[in-house]
Design a protein around this ligand. Structure first.
Ligand code: ADP
Ligand code: MG
Length: 698
């Protein structure tokens, strides 16, 4: 029971049935139909163990109307005792109208006295595990129901009209009276269910609001303007890094970028930690927004950490940012797992002394043993790749690594102990959060959206071909190379087997090298996969980025963030094995320059109907938000959250697709409840979320 989270009486009371069994009635055996679940009662005429293909217990049961065969493949002597000849038993199970008469396989059964009363209520079936029998759980829940504190904590005005009191609702769901239409219980539309869902959604809204209020009380450095020392220097007042960076960029910001930068600047100028998500389709230009935010931090005399999920991506960011910031006199430190020994020590020293204004690396590395002098801003790229638990951990770590040092730095002397300062947090994602999720799990998050691509992009054309067209596709690659363009060839991830994965990529690499090498002497075909040492990966990536390498065969390691504008063709092999969002991310690696770009999705048939429509969706739209919407439909929000076990668990009863009406009501009620009945709000959250509230902060 503890493993199922059933510890307190209230936990048991809120452990609601999955479905019900109607044991309130008996059916004459002769009236039962094939496929129906029925309860019958009769006397055992005959019981014997037969040795057919498998040893089995076969029991003939009869009532006044007819006979039925009960068949058990697993049975114990205790079962045989109950099911012995002349015994009266009540059995329940699915009826099969076999050729040789009616039959039930593994029905439930119990011995009864003649005329034993039938239960008055429907029998609940609870979510359980193999080790916890229903009978036991039912008893525990019934007794807990008597004790569980289910008194109303909400003022009546807070509850939508037409919904029953909580205690009544819970009792009804555990012990529905006979005659109640089961359908409204099972599809959870009954007012009793509505009441519980509302309670749960309200608790979540309150917890979010509390988290937000708690964050408002935290302190963060104000990242606006320049520190006094810089302003005090004589002579012409120096331009801020922010201004100089913007002037040095080889392009003007799009309208969307400018707007989003303004939103971020406004947050950074407040002494409260920012908690903002920047969502923007692949290629919408999130990196430069992050760089400008970093410039704000550096201008104000603080450090910025930029974290990417993979080494390759971290490296790409590093090069881009070095290219932008180094000429402006900023030291950019670079931490990846492959940086070891002296080089790493030197970087760590630069970070600890504050010399490095910007630190770029993978999450793992930045979390490890890095001490910042004054971390003012943390940027997390591609945050959708991480689960709720990981995001939480990162947040804790950031506060730990930055908190003490930053607070010390902010204090001119120990005597004037200032508040502990937390860094601002900006997360970036190419996968937009659907509205209902934004209203529930991410209500504590401010969202900025880049809804405009930089100008001069030619939309990517996506084509879907069977793998039998492989040779034509390779011919197309040759044309592309002849025009000086570059090509990605992506091999699928085979989840069960990393080595198969590799074999496939290696074979494709050999094939392309042979064919293209013969046609175009000097053509370089590279191979990139997850098992390569980081140094080798970096070398291959550098060759491709420089344009010397024409074709890059890769497993999905290139999925995120790689930016080579000269690449104009991407072939994705076994496209049917990828998720839509993943295909979209991959596809976003081309179409980054001005050349018209093509993405070829190769599939190995035969495809199912959904498989076909999925690939068709990719060809039909290049709008990442639309694709995310379709992907969510297919995969469900649990998957989206990246943490079924924690995130999705938060909502046990409500369903984000079906219960938007209740969600809206909970959202309306929550702020008023907090303001007018703070004690009731706290009691409600404690009852519903207790330990889970922590996850909402991720
Ligand atoms: P993503 O949002 O996918 O991370 P990037 O930040 O990698 O996108 O940007 C994609 C490409 O667009 C990069 O080459 C970047 O330099 C370029 N870019 C970004 N903003 C602009 C702009 N306003 N005008 C032109 N090119 C831009
Ligand atoms: Mg990016």
């Amino acid at each position: 029971m503890e493993r199922l989270g059933l510890v307190r009486d209230i936990d048991l009371a809120l452990h609601l049935p999955l479905r019900y069994e109607d044991e309130t009635q008996l059916q004459p055996i002769a009236h039962t139909r094939d496929g129906q679940t029925a309860q019958v009662e009769g006397v055992v005429r005959e019981a014997q163990v037969e040795l057919r293909s498998r040893r089995q217990l076969v029991v003939r049961l009869a009532d006044d109307s007819g006979e039925i065969t009960l068949r058990f493949l697993n049975f114990y002597p205790s079962h045989q005792k109950v099911l012995a000849r002349s015994q009266r038993v009540r059995v329940r199970g699915e009826v099969r109208g076999g050729f040789l008469g009616r039959e039930m396989v593994h029905p439930t059964f119990k011995a009864v006295e003649p005329g034993a009363p039938l239960p008055a209520a429907l029998t609940p079936v609870y979510p359980s595990s193999a080790q916890l029998p229903q009978v036991y759980l039912r008893k525990a829940i019934t007794s807990a129901l008597g004790r569980a504190p289910l008194d109303e904590v909400l003022p009546p005005a807070a509850v939508p009209s037409g919904l029953p009191p909580l205690k009544e609702a819970v009792r009804l769901l555990h012990q529905p009276p006979p005659g109640l239409p089961l359908a409204t219980l099972e599809d959870r539309s009954h007012p009793a269910w509505q009441r519980l869902k509302f309670e749960e959604l309200l608790a979540q809204q309150l917890a979010q609001a509390q988290a937000m209020a708690a964050r408002e009380r935290l302190r963060a450095p104000v990242l606006a303007g320049m520190p006094r020392e810089a302003q005090d220097t004589h002579g012409p007042s120096p331009l801020s890094l922010h201004t100089r960076l913007q002037a040095a960029l080889p392009f003007a910001l799009t309208g969307a970028q400018a707007r989003v930068c303004g939103e971020i600047d406004a947050d950074l100028a407040r002494p409260v930690p920012m908690h903002r998500l920047l969502q923007g389709d692949v290629g919408s230009g999130k990196t430069v927004v992050a760089a400008l935010a970093a410039a704000r931090a550096i201008d104000a005399g603080w450090q910025c950490a930029l974290m990417a999920p993979t080494e390759i991506l971290a490296e790409q960011h590093f090069h881009k940012l070095v290219q932008w910031l180094q000429p402006l006199g900023i030291t950019v430190a670079w931490l990846t797992g492959s940086r070891k020994g002296k080089a790493r020590q030197a970087m760590l020293a630069q970070i600890a002394s504050g010399e490095a204004g910007l630190v770029v690396g993978t999450h793992a590395v930045i979390q490890d043993d890095v001490v910042f002098a004054r971390l003012g801003l943390a940027v997390v790229d591609e945050q959708h790749r991480f689960g709720v638990a990981q995001r939480l951990e990162l947040r804790h770590k950031l506060v730990e690594t930055a908190g003490d040092a930053a607070a010390d730095a902010a204090r001119p002397s120990k005597a004037a102990a200032g508040p502990r300062l937390e860094p601002h947090l900006l997360t970036m994602s190419a996968t937009p959060i659907p509205r209902t999720l934004a209203m529930t799990y991410f209500a504590d998050l401010a969202v900025s959206t880049l809804d405009e691509l930089p100008p001069g992009r030619t939309p990517i054309v996506t084509k879907v071909f069977a793998d039998s067209k492989r040779e034509q596709v390779i011919a197309r690659i040759r044309d592309e190379l002849q025009q000086g363009r570059q090509v990605y060839w992506v091999c699928p991830l085979i989840e069960e087997s990393e080595s198969l994965d590799l074999q496939n990529a290696t074979e494709t690499h050999a094939q392309l090298s042979a064919v293209l090498g013969a046609a175009l002497p000097g053509c370089q075909v590279g191979l990139l996969h997850g098992r390569m040492p980081a140094g080798e990966k970096a070398a291959v990536m550098a060759e491709f980025s420089s344009g010397r390498m024409g074709v890059l065969v890769a497993t999905t390691v290139i999925e995120v963030g790689v930016d080579v504008p000269n690449a104009s063709l991407m072939v994705i092999e076994h496209a049917e094995r990828f998720g839509l969002a993943q295909l979209h991310q991959l596809r976003g690696r081309v179409g980054r320059g001005s050349a018209a770009s093509v993405c070829v999705l190769l599939y190995t048939g035969p495809l199912s109907d959904t498989g076909k429509s999925r690939l068709r969706a990719m060809a039909e739209t290049t709008d990442g938000f639309e694709i995310a919407r379709r992907d969510l439909q297919i995969r469900g929000p649990g998957e989206f959250m990246g943490a079924r076990q924690s995130g999705a668990d938060l909502l046990r009863f409500a369903d984000l697709n079906g219960d938007t009406g209740l969600l809206e009501q909970a959202r309306r009620v929550a702020p008023r409840l907090m303001a007018e009945h703070p004690a009731a709000a706290r009691a409600h959250v404690a009852r519903w979320l207790s330990t889970k509230a922590e996850y909402l902060k991720a």
